[in-house]
Design a protein around this ligand. Structure first.
Ligand SMILES: Cc1cc2nc3c(=O)[nH]c(=O)nc-3n(C[C@H](O)[C@H](O)[C@H](O)COP(=O)(O)OP(=O)(O)OC[C@H]3O[C@@H](n4cnc5c(N)ncnc54)[C@H](O)[C@@H]3O)c2cc1C
Length: 520
């Protein structure tokens, strides 16, 4: 007789989503978490007394509202703020900033005013071009995806099929976007902004073949210009899921790292904790990425050799920095960003002058150098949610791609601090009082996420968004399923289809998979 019906390893938002679905169906479920808080990469913490920062993820970028209902979260007090503007992407004076309004009519009006009719036509044509991908994506979001090749082969006509092949395999993000912006110089900020989201979670630049798929994922997985931010920080989502889980009779143990999975005759039978305690279960779900699950917790000896080899080949190289700050006042934007002081538009500004600038950062990164002027997202969450900071004070976070993935030995901290200063410089150029407003700051890199949450190489995509690692090739190429070669071991985190981001989808889908053949 097993101690529990199900054990879920990790109380990140996906682990909790899976656990709560199973507990609601009456299974006895134990969730085990290595840290002493929930949310994993999507946690909100008091890094500085009196302030709350979302440590990794900060906004619901690819989240769908339907998950609130599917997880029964409505009654747990989760409030989603939808800011009027998602971001204001800017470059050098003379280039009109690109402001993403959540209201489509307002967005069209402002793009027309700031960038002209050809920009509206370009964005509309891009959406239209990606439609066939949206169709297959929607059809595959709810469970084990059929092979992408099969879905493409079933396209209604040759033109659609060729387009899907370009999007899913061969085209770079720039190949796709440029065809709709015949004068890329004129629309530098729009292209820069689209490219920065395309390279997110990849080891690619905007011109790298294959980056088109990540562009499509970011554009279509959620609502492209409609960010949502939970009141109280991103961790409020996991708090709500945890409450739903506990209400359904689930149990969580914090500060309880799982050391290894117990496997007998090819079947998972439970876990062994770091302190030696063993707990048995009929099914074990892992929200960790594939390498952490299969090589660290399960062990190669329990895997078919081809599968183990495929896991070893998964790419996780993803360098970035995240600077969390407290501010004594809000900086004032000047010059061509003066307008962002109004209507809270400046709550999220992004220095992304152009696709070429991003390409330069990518080339520096490939040489393992700190980018000279890093593309940077800078946001002031407490402007939209004052509960995050004491009255009259503010929170601020900067995120920058392309921190060297493998700094020379002994250079990590020096590079980290250099990149942070350069990212702050990039914002200060257009908000001269910024640096003086900073009270405290902490700079995190992929190393922090690796050490704290056991994320392989600190890769926030849990396996990069490359064509060879998406869809039926996720979590492991050749084995695109929540189920694994080890019987009763199920994957339930962002390493699975449809992929990374705060979506709850992999957790929900994995639980449904378990329930499909559950027998009490
Ligand atoms: C800097 C950064 C910025 C991001 N920005 C965004 C954003 O704005 N929007 C967005 O949608 N996504 C963003 N992401 C990505 C997003 O946070 C992740 O894709 C998502 O949170 C992954 O959730 P998960 O539950 O699958 O995994 P995780 O959050 O990694 O959860 C896994 C959990 O397992 C625990 N664990 C690990 N090992 C063990 C063990 N041996 N025993 C027990 N427990 C263990 C970990 O502590 C963790 O709590 C960002 C990520 C980072 C790092």
């Amino acid at each position: 007789m097993a101690d529990y019906d199900a054990i879920v390893v990790g109380a990140g938002h996906n682990g909790l989503a899976a656990a709560s679905v199973l507990a609601k169906r009456g299974l006895s479920v134990l969730c085990l978490e290595k840290t002493n808080w929930n949310g994993g990469q999507a946690a909100t913490k008091e890094l500085f007394e009196g302030y709350k920062h979302s440590v990794g993820a900060w906004a619901l970028l690819v989240f769908r509202r339907e998950m609130l209902e599917l997880l029964g979260l409505e009654k747990y007090g989760l409030e989603l703020i939808t800011p009027e503007t998602s971001y204001c992407s800017f470059g050098e004076p003379g280039d009109a900033p690109f402001v993403a309004y959540s209201d489509t009519a307002k967005m069209a009006e402002m793009v027309m005013k700031d960038h002209g009719l050809d920009a509206i036509q370009g964005l509309a044509a891009l959406s239209e071009y990606l439609q066939p991908f949206k169709v297959i994506f929607e059809g595959a979001i709810g469970g084990n995806p059929r092979p992408l090749e099969q879905l493409i082969a079933e396209a209604p006509d040759v033109e659609t099929r060729e387009r899907l092949i370009r999007i899913c395999y061969s085209a770079s993000a720039m190949d796709i976007v440029r065809q709709f912006f015949p004068d890329p110089e004129k629309h530098r900020c729009i292209l820069g902004s689209l490219m920065a989201s395309a390279i997110d979670g990849t080891h690619m630049g905007p011109y790298t073949p294959g980056s088109g798929l990540s562009l499509a994922y970011h554009y279509l997985a959620g609502d492209a210009y409609d960010f949502k931010v939970p009141r109280g920080g991103i961790g409020a989502l996991s708090n709500a899921i945890e409450r739903a889980f506990l209400d359904a009779g689930g149990e969580i143990r914090y500060r309880t790292p799982v050391k290894r999975l117990l496997i007998q005759d090819g079947k998972a039978t439970g876990v062994e904790l770091r302190d030696g305690e063993t707990i048995s279960a009929k099914v074990v779900l892992s929200s960790l990425d594939a390498r952490a699950t299969f090589l660290n917790l399960a062990g190669k000896e329990h895997l078919p050799s081809e599968f183990a080899h495929a896991v070893e080949e998964i790419q996780y190289t993803n360098g970035y920095i995240q600077i969390h700050m407290t501010l004594k006042e809000l900086p004032r934007f000047t010059g061509h960003l003066e307008f962002a002081n109004k209507d809270k538009i400046g709550w999220l500004v992004a220095y992304i002058p152009s696709a070429e600038h991003l390409q330069k950062n990518w080339e520096e990164y490939q040489r393992n150098e700190v980018p000279e002027t890093p593309v940077s997202y800078c946001y002031f969450p407490s402007v939209r949610d004052p509960s995050l900071a004491p009255e009259g004070r503010y929170t601020c976070t900067i995120f920058s791609h392309y921190f060297p993935a493998d700094p020379p030995p002994g250079k990590h901290n020096e590079y980290r601090d250099l990149m942070a200063e350069r990212a702050i410089d990039a914002i200060e150029r257009f908000a001269p009082s910024f640096r003086d407003a900073i009270i405290d700051k902490v700079v995190l890199t992929q190393e922090y996420f690796k050490k704290t949450f056991g994320v392989t190489a600190g890769d926030f995509a849990s396996g990069l968004l490359h064509p060879s690692q998406m869809w039926d090739k996720r979590p492991v190429p050749g084995s695109g399923s929540y189920r694994t070669p080890i019987e009763n071991l199920v994957m339930c985190g962002a390493a699975c289809h449809p992929g990374p981001g705060v979506t709850c989808r992999p957790g929900y889908n994995a639980a449904m998979e378990v329930l499909e053949d559950w027998q009490d």
